[in-house]
Design a protein. Sequence first.
Length: 588
Amino acid sequence: MTPSLTALFMAILCSIVGVVPLVLFRKTSAAVIMSVVTGIILWGIFYASTPSLAWPMFGGVGFVLIILWTISAFINCMIEDKFTHAVWFPIVLAVVFMGRGCAGCNAFRASEYAGLIGQFEEKEWTQDVQPASPKHIRIVPFELAGFLADKQLSQAPGAIGSQFFVDKTRAVIQRIKGEFWWVIPLDYQGFTVWQSVESAPGYIMVHADDPHYPPVLKHQEKFVYTPNAYFDKNLERHLWNNGYMFKGLTDYTLEIDDEDKPWWVVTVYEPTIAFWGKKILGVVVVDPTTGMYAFHPADKIPDWIDRAVPSAFINNYISEWGVLKSGWLNSWWEKKDLVEPEEQEFVYGSDNEPYWVTRITSTSQADEAVIGMFYTNSRTGKSTKYHAVGATDRAILQVVDSKVSFRKLHGVAPTIYNIYGVMTSVVPLLGSSHVFQGIALVNVENQQFVVAENLTDALREYQRMLAGSGNQMAPETIHSMVEIRGIVDRFADEVRNSHTIYYLHLTDVPQLFTGGSDNLSSPKLPLTIVGDSVIMSYIPSGEDVVPIMKFDNTSLLLNTTLNQDTVRLKEEEFRDKNASQEESAQPR
């Protein structure tokens, strides 16, 4: 059955049931006329809107029936020129409809709403270290990805940009063969274009980790079924007519499988608490060329699919939990421990799993501090709640922009990572023309930050900044420092942005060590030469270039006063004391 016939069948059924009050009161002629007129109107409405029947009493279709019974009752009263019992039909149906909705009110089912988020673990932020390697940190924001995609389309062969547009509303980040990409589909400019061509050309891929990597245009694809196609080739209408009329459909995204084949991935859901409490049943994947589709239940979603649980669902779950976890009465009377979701972003963890990261704050309008965050796996829906304190995205952007605005730069899309045991916001810096100009790493707790031209330099500067602050690193990060002794076989310095950076290499050690003039690990560092014996401490991050935390050149002996020794000893004791206090404060 085609979508138009499906819509016609629904319209006929509604138009017949909708004139029942007139039929029962023997107004046959009026019933026939009304049935024909409403049937034609509803045919067009149902075909255009593809209504879901997943809701109680068929949702919007049930509401249409209330309207039809109201019209029927009104016509019956007009014909008889008096009030008749026909008016009870729409009233009773409306009461039943509203009663069904009230049955799902959070006043009666607060625990069910609070439980939508599911069982979750609670941890301290520093217990799980998220990716710190440059290859795992997303620095290409949506603004830049959209700009690069538009530019790539304008340069495409055949001037396809005149017929198709970059559908940025469906731009998604995903892992493809170990790398992270923005995937943005191309779609029809309008009805006339759809009529004149056989298919849309495909999609554009923008590297999410490297702003200098050229975008990739996949214009040899033949997308027949798209969200902007018409009639039976419209993606939503295609699914609606093929078994998904009684299910909820949302979040139409394009994802690439392990064989580089694109698929439309659509979340299938159903309400679980009357008209509310949406929970996913799984995803349906659709071949854009043939329209062939397959359903994957929630517990068997393929690994190449990164977005099964929509962000709106997660945001709603956390919102309901934050307000109703202590009961409905507390949500408006005592108002104890009420929290609400703030910013949300999509990231990949150190386990290469996709996560929605949602920060939470108190419901007070005056509170702009983050008090924790949820990491929710976007494929499985499983959440972990981290206790963490810091600034909101708005505050972070204000701090960063205050330093870079004079260069006509601005920060965009802060993304939270755990770098060196510190909750860190990674902020890409763009120029007025959307061109990537650098990156800022911000300590979310105290808003100290560094700015560099690329992520590698930013990570090195950030590590030095944390080490220089004495007590900003997480206790386990400070305690993980290792000491190394060796002979310097290479030494060099480089002046960068008015600061001198020193590099040294030890014999038989496969790493390069570095320290900066703005945060010297020791006054002996600039005087070090090849052949000197040195003792250094550093954090074993596994990177090839490692910042120096502590440094001493044992070949260069210097006299110190008692006061100098006392001050240095107190500084070390202060750092160790703070580290121990932070460690003891961690829950066991």
